[in-house]
Write a protein that binds this ligand. Structure first.
Ligand SMILES: [Fe+2]
Length: 321
């Protein structure tokens, strides 16, 4: 058979059940116009779809997220993608764990199935194309030879457009319970953690170091959605692109330890963040990641500015400062 150049088929670990992707998320926000402005500035293809906004990346048909109007910022649900031939088995598995299935939230019909996690967050599992990467995402940190200028003029800087949703980080009342639930019920695996403060989980069928992560708080909530870009340069350019449009609050440029990605977080109008992320670690379908439990001061970031004091404050249900 002739291989299609550049095409990589969906990776899969045989004989084990588990979600393969963070397919999409839905968040309620009080002002869709403001949300459109923020995500458009971030480089997302924001489409008006009925009463909601769809979040797409340019050149990709997948809808990574959607925003609906609500009284305040609130994570409404997370939808995980599974292989079509695993749906029935996973449904039996979820129910076998004592988890009660729910109807889809009003206005969100699907052929998947729905339930609540340990914190009451609404979760969907649905048959979907594997959108988590099947190999480590390429990163291009381009240099130029002697006698050539490497940087364009500021006025000619390219617009940063993320390539895909990378991961979601949510708050939880109990990180241990989150790890237990998402590993036993959804089939994810622990990549790394820092005590009971934060934990990162990957998919067994090949995914980034984390497709979801949990940080301890006194209530559930969305901390950030993370978007993959192709270089450290794009992380920096993205931060500048947002600052130029008035979205200068955030944290970066830096490099995480757990996951290793270069980051810049931009704060949205409601106190959660969108992250430009590049060169995150990757766990192949045939590899058992050597997970560790590390002290926070040794594992949060290897370099970068000091984070804002309220970086890990849970603004869900509260008015941001
Ligand atoms: Fe992140």
């Amino acid at each position: 058979m002739t291989a299609i150049r550049g095409f990589v088929g969906a990776s899969r670990r045989p004989g084990v059940l588990g979600v393969h992707s963070m397919d999409n998320f839905n968040m309620l926000v009080p002002d869709l116009e403001k949300a459109k402005e923020f995500y458009s500035a971030f480089g997302i293809d924001v489409r008006e779809e009925g009463n909601a906004l769809g979040l797409y990346t340019f050149g990709n048909t997948h809808r990574w997220g959607s925003l609906s109007e609500g009284p305040g910022k609130k994570l409404n649900f997370l939808s995980f993608g599974v292989f079509g031939d695993e749906v029935a088995d996973l449904r039996r598995h979820v129910e076998g764990q004592g988890v009660k299935l729910l109807d889809a939230p009003p206005g969100f019909e699907s052929d998947g199935f729905w339930f609540r996690d340990h914190d009451g967050n609404i979760i969907e599992m649905r048959a979907a194309e594997k959108t988590s990467p099947n190999e480590k995402s390429d990163t291009q940190n381009i240099s130029v030879p002697a006698n050539v200028a490497g940087a364009p003029l500021r006025s000619k800087a390219p617009v940063v457009r993320p390539r895909r949703l990378a991961h979601i980080l949510i708050f939880t009342r109990d990180v241990d319970k989150a790890v237990a639930f998402y590993c036993s019920v959804l089939g994810l695996r622990l990549s790394d953690r820092s005590g009971d403060g934060i934990a990162f989980l990957h998919g067994i069928h090949g995914s980034d170091h984390h497709l979801i992560a949990f940080a301890k708080s006194d209530a559930p909530g969305l901390h950030h959605c993370s978007w993959d870009v192709g270089s450290i340069n794009e992380v920096g350019l993205g931060a500048m692109q947002m600052a130029d449009k008035g979205f200068s609050k955030g944290w970066g440029l830096g490099r995480h330890v757990l996951g290793s990605n270069f980051f810049h977080y931009v704060r949205d109008p409601w106190g959660s963040y969108s992250e430009y992320s590049s060169d995150i670690d990757y766990v192949s379908a045939d590899h058992d990641w050597n997970s560790g439990d590390h002290a926070a001061e040794d594992a949060f970031y290897i370099w970068g500015p000091k984070p804002p004091d309220d970086f890990t404050f849970n603004y869900e249900g509260k008015t941001p400062k």
